[in-house]
Structures are given as structure tokens and as C-alpha cells.
Design a protein around this ligand. Structure first.
Ligand SMILES: [Zn+2]
Length: 344
């Protein structure tokens, strides 16, 4: 069994912080092992104990998994950020061995006035996310730097904030039922802008939308850009979709032009409210659950109509993370119809 040959400690005083946080470094290395742990020592015993235990659990994990004769590198660092009486930390572990390389994040906050901790586990998340929301701050790592978006839970909980999730281009046989499952799970209402020609073959999906209380909008019959159609063609596009829905005893009152492209003139004959969106998740372009999640979380605001498409697995995966986190952030989900009433 090999022993670490060099072990030394560094103490650095960070005089700029009124809480007198010291940075301590523990470096161990020999030919096969490089281990560097840089961590803060704070004036708060409870917090220091928490940090020590976290470091121990991380190092134990790797020491248990890899025998000491394995070549490896382990680095643990802590970024921190202070906001009023709360210190927010993002612990990062980087591990690299001959056949493994991984980075894990351990965000947590400590309120030194109330002596309370909040961790990912407290809000039901695990470390597989590279974007974190812990009720106090939203954290993410970009360009190897910790980004913190402060978030005050108390304010949002007492202020009612509403948003409308909208899904375009369905019904989709594969993805729409999964999204409906999610919405049911949280008892949330959304709005679906359907392409008329897909309705007949997916009637049971549309019936399910209606039974769950979701709103349905007209998104034309063939998803053509209506700017390229004549007035009669536009009316026919809308009528055919309305006819497909009338078989299910539903008449949509809202219309979303494909690509959001329309002029006042070309919709002047349409007896429906034209709805576009406030926040485009760009899900059709990003095709990446994490990026979609990040885009929505960082741009969402009260009263937003959010555009998504129930035709991508990545959208489903993003929505799966967005719903609980947006609820946690104090948002209430409403249909477009309900949102329009609130806006008035
Ligand atoms: Zn569309």
C-alpha cells in the first residue's frame, strides 16, 4: 500500500470578507496520486463541521472505489457567495483516473442567523444536475465559473406569479402522452396548439387533454406559414382544424400562427384571439433538455406565455425538471385563457 509522500497545508487569510473566511488547502501527492482539497474555514463551527463531513464523504467515495495503487487525481474546491445572512457554497469535485473522469457539484447554503442548512437533497434534487436551484439561489457553472442568481423564496411565495406552458405542433403519439402524464402528476393545466391534420389519428390523446382540463388552440391544419397563403386558404386551414376538434365537441377560441408569423391584415377575418408567446424555449433548436431548462429558468417572469413543442424527448425531459422547480420558485401554472383573464 502506498503512502502519500508529501502532505502540506496552506492557510490564506481572506481579509476582504468581514466574516473572516480562511481558505485552507490540503495537498497530497506522490507518483500516482494527486489530491488537492481547497476549502473554506468559517467562523461557524456547525458550518465547518458540515464542510469537513462533505469532504470526507467525497474522499471516502473515491478511496473506497479505487485502491491506493490506482493512478488518480482528485480536486475538491469550494466557491462561495454571501447574501445577507446566507452563505452559499458550491463544492466541486473533479476526479480523474486511468479509466474514469467525472465532475460533481455539491451546492448548499448556510444561514448563519438561523443556523440552518439547505442542500440539494432538501429540495429533492440529486447531484446529476449541472444547474441547481436550492430555494435561495440558482447556481450553475459556466466557463468554469460559478454563477449565482440570488432568489428570495419569501418574496415569491407571497406574491402570486402565473405562467402558461404552451405546447405546439402536437398531438404527437410518442411525446404528448408523456407530457400529459407529467401535467397530471402535478395537477397542472397547460395549453396545446394542435396541427389539425394530426388530430383524427390521435383522437384519444386529444380526448385526454380535454378530460384533464387543458386548453386547446388552433395551429392551422397543415402548419403552413400563413403569410404565404391567400385569405381563403388561411380560413380553410383554420376551419379544417376546427372541424377535426368539433368531432370531440370542442371549439378552440385561440389561434397561434405557425412560426408566429402573421400580419394584422391576414388575421382580420379570424374570429379567434391570436396568441404568440413571451418566452421562446428554443427547444426545437437546442434539442437539449439541460439547455432548455436553463433558458427557461433564467428568463421566466410573471405572466409569461412559454413556447415549447410536445414532439421532442428533450422537451419532455426539460419539462420534467422545470415543473417542480418553477413550483418551488412560486409560479402557478394556468391556461392561456386564464392568463388572459388575469392580465386584464
Ligand atoms: Zn408550430
Amino acid at each position: 500500500m502506498k503512502r502519500f509522500i508529501i502532505c502540506f497545508f496552506l492557510f490564506i487569510l481572506c481579509s476582504c470578507n468581514r466574516n473572516e473566511i480562511y481558505i485552507k488547502q490540503n495537498l497530497s501527492m506522490d507518483n500516482d496520486v494527486y489530491e488537492r482539497i481547497t476549502y473554506p474555514v468559517t467562523p461557524y463551527k456547525e458550518l465547518n463541521r458540515y464542510i469537513d463531513e462533505l469532504i470526507l464523504s467525497i474522499t471516502n467515495k473515491y478511496h473506497d472505489t479505487f485502491q491506493s495503487d490506482t493512478v488518480y487525481e482528485l480536486q475538491i474546491t469550494f466557491d462561495y457567495y454571501e447574501q445577507e445572512t446566507t452563505l452559499s457554497f458550491l463544492g466541486t469535485s473533479y476526479f480523474k483516473s486511468t479509466n474514469n473522469e467525472e465532475t460533481n457539484y455539491y451546492p448548499f447554503t448556510y444561514d448563519y442567523l438561523n443556523k440552518t442548512f439547505k442542500t440539494l437533497q432538501d429540495i429533492g434534487l440529486n447531484n446529476n444536475y449541472d444547474y441547481y436551484f436550492n430555494g435561495t439561489n440558482i447556481y450553475y457553472v459556466e466557463n468554469n465559473e460559478l454563477q449565482v442568481i440570488p432568489y428570495t423564496n419569501e418574496v415569491s411565495k407571497t406574491t402570486s406569479k402565473v405562467i402558461a406552458l404552451t405546447f405546439d405542433d402536437g398531438p404527437n403519439r410518442r411525446i404528448t402522452p408523456k407530457i400529459l402524464d407529467l401535467l397530471d402528476e402535478y395537477n397542472i393545466k397547460a395549453t396545446f396548439f394542435l396541427i389539425g391534420k394530426q388530430i383524427d389519428e390521435n383522437q384519444e390523446i386529444v380526448e385526454r387533454m380535454l378530460a384533464s382540463g387543458h386548453q386547446i388552440g388552433n395551429h392551422t391544419f397543415t402548419h403552413h406559414n400563413i403569410l404565404k397563403l391567400s385569405d381563403d386558404e388561411i380560413l380553410a386551414e383554420l376551419r379544417k382544424t376546427d372541424e377535426a376538434l368539433s368531432k370531440l365537441n370542442y371549439t378552440p377560441t385561440i389561434f397561434r400562427p405557425p412560426y408566429g408569423s402573421y400580419t394584422k391584415e391576414c388575421v382580420s377575418d379570424i374570429s379567434k384571439t391570436v396568441i404568440t408567446w413571451d418566452l421562446d424555449s428554443r427547444d426545437w433548436e437546442l434539442l437539449d433538455a439541460n439547455k432548455v431548462y436553463k433558458k427557461v429558468m433564467s428568463e421566466v417572469k410573471n405572466n409569461d406565455i412559454i413556447l415549447m413543442h410536445d414532439m421532442y424527448e428533450s422537451t419532455y425531459e426539460a419539462v420534467k425538471r422545470l415543473i417542480p422547480d418553477l413550483l418551488e420558485a412560486g409560479y402557478e401554472f394556468v391556461t392561456v385563457e386564464e392568463l388572459l383573464e388575469i392580465r386584464e
